[in-house]
Design a protein around this ligand. Structure first.
Ligand code: RBF
Length: 155
């Protein structure tokens, strides 16, 4: 399994946003839940976790921006699941969302974690959102690491 290695991460006092698309919620909700678990395991207080549902992956960029501006979070995890169909929607939405999330990273001071699965089949999406290989946990850890980097002074 490919995975990210994390040093001990401390989340106490951080405010973390999670924006989650309801499209393919059988995939995105388990990703969201694993992300929340990672935040709890790292000591983020429950009332410091702000979860915002949006209809689909295309809307996660606006949802992330909303959390940054209205909840003043230290990092956001943007969760969605795009599954390739017969038309071009997959390519257009994937490109727009990845660019949109990167623009938030470069144009705001708040790190945004890319949690959008772009899969060719439902099986691929399931394999990345369930059990040991649920990517949501590492996305939560990534948010804490980046939030601490945002708040680091002279390091
Ligand atoms: N949103 C997703 O999060 N995952 C998808 O696989 C997905 N497929 C879509 C396919 C089509 C043909 C359309 C029109 C929309 C799809 N959406 C999907 C929804 C999209 O992200 C957005 O919510 C809507 O287009 C409304 O802006």
């Amino acid at each position: 399994m490919k995975e990210i290695h994390f040093e001990k991460i401390e989340g106490k006092g951080l405010k973390i946003g999670i924006v989650v698309a309801r499209w393919n919620s059988a995939v995105t909700y388990p990703l969201r839940d694993a992300c929340i678990k990672a935040l709890e395991d790292a000591g983020v207080e429950t009332d410091h976790v702000f979860v915002q549902d949006v209809p689909g992956s295309y809307e996660v960029v606006y949802g992330a921006k909303h959390l940054i501006e209205q909840k003043h979070v230290d990092a956001v995890v943007a969760i969605g699941c795009l599954i390739k169909g017969e038309t071009m929607h997959f390519e257009y939405i994937a490109e727009a969302v990845s660019q949109g999330l990167m623009t938030l990273n470069t144009d705001t001071s708040v790190p945004v974690i890319f949690g959008v699965l772009t899969c060719l089949t439902e099986e691929q999406a399931t394999a990345r959102s369930k059990g040991e290989n649920n990517h949501g946990y590492a996305w939560g850890q990534s948010a804490i690491e980046m939030a601490n980097l945002k708040n680091a002074k002279n390091q």
